[in-house]
Write a protein that binds this ligand. Sequence first.
Ligand code: GCB
Length: 689
Amino acid sequence: MTRPLPKSLAAFALAPLFAYSATRVDVWRYSEVSAEAAVAGETVAIPHTWNATDIQAGRGRDDMGRDGYRRAPSWYATQLPTPTPGKRVFVRFGAVSSVAEVSLNGHKLGTHRGPATAFAFELTPHLSPGGANTLLVKADNTWRSDVAPLSGDFGIPGGIYRAVELLEKPPVCISPLVLGSRGVSVTTLRADKTRAELKVVAHLDRAANAAAEVAFRLLDAKGAPVATAAASAPAGVGATSVEVKLSLDSPHLWNGLKDPYLYTLETSLAATDGSKDTQKLKVGLRTLTFDKDKGAFLNGEAYPLRGVNRHQDREGRAWAVTEEQEREDAALIREIGANAVRAAHYPHSEVFLDECDRLGLLVWAEAPLIDTVGQNPAELGANAELQLREMMAQQRHHACVFCWSLFNEIGQREGGGKNPLSVVRRLNDVAHAVDPSRPTAGATNRAWKELNSIADLMAYNGYPGWYGGGKGGHDAVFKSFRASAPDRPWGISEYGAGASLSHQDDSVMKGPKPAGKWHPEAWQSRVHEHALASIERMPQAWGTFVWNMADFASPWRTEGERDGINAKGLVTYDRRTRKDAFFLYKANWSDAPVLHLLARRDSARKSADTVVRYYSNLADVRVTLNGAALPAGVAYAPSAYIIGNVRLRPGKNTVEAAARTKDGKSVTDAVEWVLEGPAKQPAPRPSAR
Ligand code: GCB
């Protein structure tokens, strides 16, 4: 229930914090106490969360099982400028976590349930032409049984954490009110070298009784139209839609990292009442197919998806990442040479997906159904379905999005939850009906035949060398998951190991305790070396995704060097440090020259006898120790080399590596290790008699 806006708000005397021309509603007043207090509260900027630092503070959960970070309501208020006469005004929220109640001048506009999808409301009927216009949002991230996800290894930061836009539109317009989408829905019917066909639906909203003409133009990267179509909507009021097919011969395909070519789909509306509206979307044309024995094919060519998982989470900001940080994450994923990313475990932002479209990174899009459907599957399932529909409506034009994932590690025991099969089946049917052009997917952690036989594409979360035994190889794990649903194409949705940067022991031979305090970085490297070697033996794995690109906050974890952090990232939570394992992948996946000496942080040495390891994709790497040449490295994992029997001298030692690229550029790396105390003397050789 929304609380009625107090009368005092009508007299909200603060000047508008922005103008319509800005379209972004970036500045709000904020309170953790009440709507009244928000009106005169502190000023905050969007993206904002009140959980910027308390999730990773490692407060864990209290005795009642409640999260130790603030899960509660907060209020945001802002003052809108005077609207332009004759225009309709809508407000669109990129995401408010996790339940939002929005009101304008005391009139409730609506409630949105879900932490990571966009939604919009029309403001027009309640806007006062001359007076104060107070927009109020109650955001609440309190746990509740009817909003997915019910659980997960991450926090649900509360707040208005993605952009808020104010949209001024004519009486007849392209609708902002359809499931948070941009009002234009694109489905690829065909996209190969000879021909492409798109089904395009424009959703219209009519506040005036008028007929409308809608023109669609597909523009190439230079802005030239390559396909056009038009449709008309007869006179009427309210919501309606028009549909066309756009076709073109010899399309320029969106071809992943090699050539992420994008067209622009321009939708223009002109109505008999004089209304005019335009919407532009970037569109890529491509075909992605999956074969259970041969893996993935992009535009007909083998294209194994090799990538990482990502959370929208950053040190000091939690989910309130800036758009620059969203793009920085995509750039890091591009840098490592991945061609795919799993946007775990909820819908990621438009900014991130736009960047993936542009860079050629394929994206696994995921609905937030995790661990359990709880006690009331029908209720939770309805919310999961809504979030799935919103995600699909908002993301379906993105060429980068290749699947609709329905669940992560769903089970029936966790939290006493009920059997999830009916919910997963329902989501699968919905996704197929809404978008027949993309496969559904699921990330499972159990060899459960019924569950693993629902989605089109399956992948498992498996952690050999970390939660499981072994050193990190996936051959046996892959086989056993595949056996649970042999007719499905299988991939690996998660694998990895934790690594605390202050925990150094290059000689580590045995996996540490996952829930323990000692998580040496070197073990993470070993696990990934074994994992990658095994993945290279599995061309049938359609996709593999490292868990995780970056460390992230997890409220209940008390492990490794820092409580409240899941440190399985290849880079740190602040993205400042690339761990050694980052370079293993970069050496294997990227075209950039890589020469990286390992164990650079294991600088205080106790033993003189050691090894030198490096990751490199260059030929003829030369390594020296204190200026003296060492023997050539021996390959022991993909692009991983070791030089054995290296003996350090007391005090400072410098290891230097050098190589040349094919075009003659020199690439170098160096590490310093300090041997503490006197060097151990080698045992005297027995004298020959
Ligand atoms: C998983 C979960 C993921 C966790 C990860 C871990 O299987 O899907 O959310 O963070 O394991 O690190 O344990």
